[in-house]
Design a protein around this ligand. Structure first.
Ligand code: DAH
Length: 366
């Protein structure tokens, strides 16, 4: 009998090791360990054996049953793992395959790509890029930029004022009044507060004004530039803007500075780039007037100037570790341009509002 137990154990063991699926394994369990199987029946019959045989046969049969149970359990674990692996392999999704039907890849909005191009030009010249708040205090938007208390830009018709949560409670002081910034220039003083000189930064961002027509939208974008060092002159400004003009509009471009007024620069200039459509001639090959520069040969692109010493006075000199912009020691230039204007000139976009209508026929052209 013990031999038979041994033979069953070997036969079942081999079959279990070779079982190829969880179902096949279950069949083997029923065949070798189920109620009607030979081994359990032998175990039940032990009691009827001659007393001198009972111990040895019972022990061998019990051991065989336990060994087979353990083997089945181990093989079940293996098979479950293998089946999971196989299922994972079969179900694998290749996320790099094109959809069905394939979807066209998107693209950057023309204003985003223009902003990034501008950033790249100035990064290449050693400027860093900063950003700042769109809800700004009157202090940074106007006062610290040397605007007189009666400057027309402060008017409620020219600037969006942000009404406090409780409009019956007056602002703590006129300086803590809030506006949607009307330009990126307030970041000039914020940048100086954050970093000691020398400072070379550009600040792109959204700005807001209550205007709406073919060349104005209530929200648009500017990029501000500020360079402060020991003796930064208008010559440095002109050289910097010449690089910008040539990178954005072509190698042949020239820049021209015209006197102007801004409260926070002295002297102030408006900057023109020679027209890239008519090569600055003002007329085209067929003798007709250049539509882009309207025959001028120049395109106005931005405002700029030497930072007014009064602006440095707004950068706090206390506490002792404050950056400190001493107007007797530092000198710099600032400029500000509209990202939309650059994009419109560069791509011949006739109506600014196209930039904000999300019409794919327009967006896909860039
Ligand atoms: N902030 C001016 C505007 O929005 C543009 C400007 C002019 C910026 C002269 C400057 C500057 O930094 O120096 O019209």
């Amino acid at each position: 009998m013990i031999d038979r137990v041994q033979a069953l154990r070997e036969e079942a063991g081999g079959a279990i090791a070779a079982a190829g699926s969880v179902e096949a394994l279950e069949e083997l369990r029923v065949r070798y360990l189920g109620r009607k199987a030979e081994l359990p029946q032998m175990l039940r019959a032990v009691a009827e054996l001659a007393p001198e045989q009972r111990g040895a046969v019972g022990k061998a049969a019990n051991e065989a049953r336990r060994a087979l149970e353990e083997q089945i359990q181990a093989r079940a674990g293996e098979l479950a793992g293998e089946e999971l692996q196989a299922r994972l392999q079969a179900d694998r999704v290749d996320v790099t395959l094109p959809g069905a039907p394939p979807q066209p890849i998107g693209r950057l909005h023309v204003l985003t790509s223009t902003r990034r191009e501008l950033e790249d030009v100035f990064l290449g010249l050693g400027f860093t890029v900063m950003e700042g708040p769109e809800v700004e205090t009157v202090h940074y938007n106007f006062d610290a930029l040397n605007h007189s208390p009666t400057h027309p830009a402060r008017a409620r018709t020219d600037t969006f004022y942000v009404v406090a949560e409780n409009p019956t409670r007056p602002a703590a002081s006129p300086q803590s009044e809030l506006v949607l910034r009307t330009h990126t220039s307030p970041m000039q003083v914020r940048a100086m507060e954050a970093h000691p000189p020398p400072l070379y930064v550009v600040i792109p961002g959204r700005v807001y004004r209550p205007d709406s027509d073919a060349t104005h939208t209530p929200q648009f974008h500017q990029i501000e530039g500020l360079a402060v060092d020991e003796d930064i002159t208008l010559g440095d400004l002109k050289g910097t803007l010449l690089v910008f003009a040539r990178e954005m509009f072509g190698e042949e471009r020239e820049v021209r500075l015209r006197p102007h007024f801004f409260p926070f620069t002295e002297p102030s200039v408006e900057v023109d780039v020679s027209c890239f459509h008519c090569s600055g001639r003002g007329f085209l090959a067929d003798g007709s007037r250049c539509y882009l520069c309207k025959g001028e040969g120049w395109l106005e692109v931005l405002g700029a100037g030497e930072v007014d010493p009064n602006v440095y006075e707004y950068v706090p000199t206390t506490p002792a570790n404050a950056p400190g912009y001493d107007p007797e020691k530092v000198q710099g230039f600032a400029f500000g341009m509209g990202v939309e204007r650059i994009a419109m000139l560069k791509h011949g976009i006739p109506d600014l509002r196209l930039c904000f209508e999300n019409d794919l026929r327009f967006l896909e052209q860039f």
